[in-house]
Design a protein around this ligand. Structure first.
Ligand code: ATP
Ligand code: MG
Length: 546
């Protein structure tokens, strides 16, 4: 027996040891109406991961029961993202809509058993008649004779009635405290083309009816889903009990993932894409898997995050800092270091001869000596980060300042001499002398505290760099103040584009998607769409407190 590490696995162990089931067969049922996001990632890691842990199987099923807004573009993207994470469904790929015939047949079976009937309440009447906690629902068509319901249901299917005219409802319990059990609708009429079924159908099953049937037909033993389906479980079980299906899957619910400063509703994400707020589903600010990938996230960092948040039964809000922390930790070990100067200011080293070119060794990855070193040229004119110089420094400013000295990373110590400013007083050039004696050694006669990065002014390249910040300013995007919508909280500084940053020549050859640490700045990934552009994956500073 596998040792349980969460409540789902405890339930599974119970059912395995009581002999109720002898295999773990799960499914991941995304609706192909958008790209997968980090919330789905939690669900699919539980579905595929639990099956894997128990040497079971996990089906990938496109939940295309609802005919609106589905697209093969999404189907392909969903498959790609799941593979990217390292999961596989083998030949167990299905569409919910493939079961429409069988689902219809099972609905007919319910009518014949007197467990379903055709209702003709209008949507408004439906609301009016649904009752409340002290009053049962009213359903005037409940006792429609079986033959009549059967006849109407077939005619619904044959397209004889307009949308909304009739529904098929389960006959369960009009006074149930659980409103899902108050004779829920099983089928409705919709005249809409289905992306796979075309115009074959004009009646479509509701999710609550279709889903348990699909699970049972595929032989799913554990139907794992998020917490909002908990109140639907009695209906799930009712469908399984009363329809003539070959197996009895068990639904188990877990908490949805919520992340600070993030929206995870596909509806909202779609709106961001469609209104051009972001540059597509894979914009590096999006919480989609393709967005995170383009941002520089690796599967390992995402799976590490999912593992750390664990599987719980209570909804909670996870700090986005934890996700960033997981990425930072991985990249710290794996990413090679490079120099990039985002806001350059020129330094002239007066005591170096014109045209000189001296090479210094830079360590590629201090955490991985096998990555070796690379050489960078020092020339008379170099660039440093403008923030590494201050004419009027605050206390404890250990970078370059009037009267001060600073170490050029892996190279000489330079000493301030003078500065050239423009008409606005902006520093345009700093003059220094290099201490050629100390070389890359440490001087014994004095302490030089600061070390700054630099690049040769003419032996370096230029690239665009995009600094990303959180897309939303509000921590809890699930609980917005009255009258506000999610778009009111868009961060105007979520993407800051830096044109022509100064970078090492070698970065011109970086492969799309390749990650680097820009020393003293953060981790950056070469963009996969725009050439010569680097996306900030995560800053160096860790704001996350465990
Ligand atoms: P959305 O509200 O974003 O449209 P959804 O639940 O309708 O999400 P589906 O494509 O139907 O999207 O989701 C597939 C599976 O992923 C479902 O089983 C759902 O429970 C799960 N899921 C979706 N969002 C989350 C989340 N934030 N945390 C955990 N599981 C999620
Ligand atoms: Mg859904």
């Amino acid at each position: 027996m596998v040792e349980a590490s969460n409540f789902i696995e405890e339930f599974i162990n119970e059912d395995l040891s009581s002999g109720k089931v002898n295999t773990v067969h799960t499914r991941f049922p995304p609706e192909p109406n958008g790209y997968l996001h980090i919330g789905h990632c939690k669900a699919l890691t539980i579905d595929f991961g639990t099956a894997r842990k128990y040497s079971g199987i996990c089906n990938l099923r496109m939940d295309d029961t609802n005919p609106a807004k589905e697209d093969t573009e999404f189907v392909d993207a969903i498959k790609e993202d799941i593979h990217w994470l390292g999961f596989d469904w083998g030949d167990r790929f299905f569409y919910g809509s493939d079961y429409f015939d069988k689902t219809f047949e099972l609905a007919v079976g319910l009518i014949k058993k007197g467990l379903a009937y055709v209702c003709e309440l209008t949507p408004d009447q439906f609301k009016e008649y649904r009752g409340d906690l002290t009053h049962p629902a009213v359903s005037p068509y409940r006792d429609r004779p079986v033959e009549e319901s059967l006849d109407l249901f077939y005619r619904m299917k044959n397209g004889e009635f307009p949308e909304g005219k009739y529904t098929l409802r389960a006959k369960i319990d009009l006074s149930s405290g659980n409103f899902n059990m108050r004779d829920p609708v099983l089928y409705r009429i919709r005249y809409i083309e289905h992306h796979r079924q075309g115009t074959k159908w004009c009646v479509f099953p509701m999710y609550d009816f279709a889903h348990p049937i699909q699970d049972a037909l595929e032989g799913i033993t554990f139907s794992l889903c998020s917490l909002e389906y908990e109140d639907h479980r009695p209906l799930y079980n009712w469908v399984i009990e009363n329809c003539d299906v070959p197996s009895k899957p068990r639904q188990i619910e877990f908490a949805r993932l919520n992340i600070t400063n993030t929206v995870l509703s596909k509806r909202h994400l779609r709106e961001l894409v469609e209104t051009g707020v972001v540059d597509g589903w894979d914009d590096p600010r999006m919480p989609t898997l393709c967005g995170l990938r383009r941002r520089g996230y690796t599967p390992e960092s995402i799976l590490d995050f999912i593992e750390r948040i664990g599987v719980s039964k209570a909804n909670s809000m996870v700090d986005i800092g934890l996700l960033e922390h997981c990425l930072r930790e991985k990249l710290n070990m794996s990413a090679e270091r490079r120099v990039a100067i985002l806001d350059p200011v020129k330094v002239v080293i007066d005591n170096l001869p014109d045209g000189c070119e001296e090479y210094f060794d830079f360590v590629n990855n201090p955490n991985d000596p096998e990555k070796g070193t690379r050489k960078l040229p020092l020339t008379k004119e170099i660039f440093i980060e403008s923030t590494d110089f201050s004419l009027d420094p605050p206390p404890k400013f250990f970078r370059l300042k009037p009267g001060g000295e600073v170490r050029l990373m892996s190279s000489y110590i330079i000493k301030y001499k003078s500065v050239v400013t423009d008409e606005n007083g902006k520093v345009v050039e700093i003059h220094c002398d290099a201490d050629l004696e100390t070389g890359t050694g440490v001087p014994t006669d004095r302490k030089v505290k600061g070390t700054i990065h630099w690049l040769s002014a003419d032996k370096s390249a230029r690239a665009d760099v995009i600094l990303y910040n959180r897309l939303f300013t509000e921590e809890n995007m699930n609980d917005l103040p009255e009258g506000k919508i999610f778009k009111d909280f868009l961060n105007p500084e979520s993407a800051i584009v830096i044109k022509d940053a100064v970078v090492e020549n070698s970065l011109l050859e970086a492969k799309p998607g390749e990650s680097f640490q820009f020393v003293r700045q953060g981790y950056f990934a070469k963009d996969t769409k725009n050439s010569n552009t680097f996306n900030l994956s995560v800053s160096l500073k860790d704001s996350f407190k465990a």
